[in-house]
Design a protein around this ligand. Structure first.
Ligand SMILES: NC(=O)C1=CN([C@@H]2O[C@H](COP(=O)(O)OP(=O)(O)OC[C@H]3O[C@@H](n4cnc5c(N)ncnc54)[C@H](O)[C@@H]3O)[C@@H](O)[C@H]2O)C=CC1
Ligand SMILES: O=C([O-])CC(=O)C(=O)O
Length: 266
């Protein structure tokens, strides 16, 4: 088994979850987070002590972060940071990205794909808060997909600061626009689009619902393979209710896959 040394960008809810599960609980054999990057001014004060608490090195500039002894960078920050750093990262290291909304524009996606081909490094996009990507990927080889829809229903406070008395559809349109309006809630729409029929054709509804306590994603698809209907009712992360708790576990599963002798699912 090849040891994996990870550098992370973002030490919020998901970053801290990974530090806890990988470095403290040692859930992934032979895997360690060794570096954390934050170039922002405020990080100069707080990052070193935080990083030391997880036996990691703190980095304040991308060049020395990438020169350090890491094999893969795991991004868990936001779409802007993902876009800012991805190209530089992929030229030198493998990259796992969870702010997948960064890939909504085709130019960025193509740029990163080309850079990955040139460098020989790989980009991993975990399934995050949803499932069913395996079915869509297979369906594309099985005569094609006619339609894909995603209906996201979240507790109202995760989607809007306005108190609403009853459920309200806040968005109805293509995934391409969903991520622009909901950059912290529609990353799943983009990974679904990448697995299936793209950001223009993937139809998304986002509903704020004061009656629900979970982050609910229903995916439907039709094609020559048949029909697909999957609903996942995720518990929110305790530290960031917008983010479903399973998202961090999905990153762990994607990291475990890198080293698996037997890979289950596509
Ligand atoms: N693909 C998926 O299924 C899902 C993706 N996400 C996305 O994952 C990302 C992380 O989620 P959480 O950890 O819950 O968010 P969070 O808000 O708890 O943590 C993000 C952290 O990144 C830090 N950050 C922002 N800009 C940075 C920069 N330039 N350099 C270093 N650190 C920076 C913030 O200070 C914060 O600590 C978000 O973009 C979120 O929208 C969340 C849920 C599901
Ligand atoms: O965690 C979730 O349920 C989905 C989410 O926020 C996203 O895709 O950005």
């Amino acid at each position: 088994m090849i040891p994996i040394k990870i550098g992370i960008i973002g030490k919020g809810n998901l970053g801290t979850y990974l530090l806890q599960k990988i470095n403290k609980e040692q859930l992934l054999p032979n895997t360690k987070i060794t570096a954390i990057l934050d170039e922002r001014e405020k990080a100069k004060v707080e990052l070193p002590a935080f990083a030391a608490g997880y036996e990691c090195a703190a980095f304040h500039d991308i060049d020395s972060f990438l020169q350090s002894d890491i094999d893969i960078v795991v991004e868990c920050s936001n779409i802007e940071a993902a876009q800012e750093y991805s190209l530089e990262v992929i030229e030198k290291k493998d990259l796992m990205l969870i702010s997948i909304g960064a890939f909504a524009g085709s130019t960025f996606g193509k740029l990163i794909e080309q850079a990955a081909k040139t460098s020989g490094n790989r980009v991993y996009l975990p399934s995050g808060a949803i499932g069913g990507l395996d079915v869509l990927k297979a369906a594309k080889f099985s005569g094609g997909i006619e339609s894909v829809t995603l209906t996201t229903r979240k507790p109202a406070h995760s989607l809007t600061s306005e108190g609403i008395p009853a459920e309200q559809t806040l968005f109805d349109g293509p995934a391409r626009d969903a991520i622009v309006q909901f950059p912290k809630n529609a990353n799943v729409a983009i990974v679904l689009s990448l697995a299936g029929i793209g950001v223009e054709k993937t139809q998304v509804r986002i509903i704020a619902d004061p009656e629900v306590t979970r982050n609910i994603h229903r995916i439907t698809a039709k094609g020559s393979f048949g029909e697909f209907d999957l609903t996942i009712k995720n518990n929110p992360s305790p530290d960031n209710p917008k983010t479903s708790h399973i998202t961090g576990a999905s990153i762990l599963a994607a990291l475990a896959n890198i080293n698996s002798a037997v890979v289950v699912g596509s």
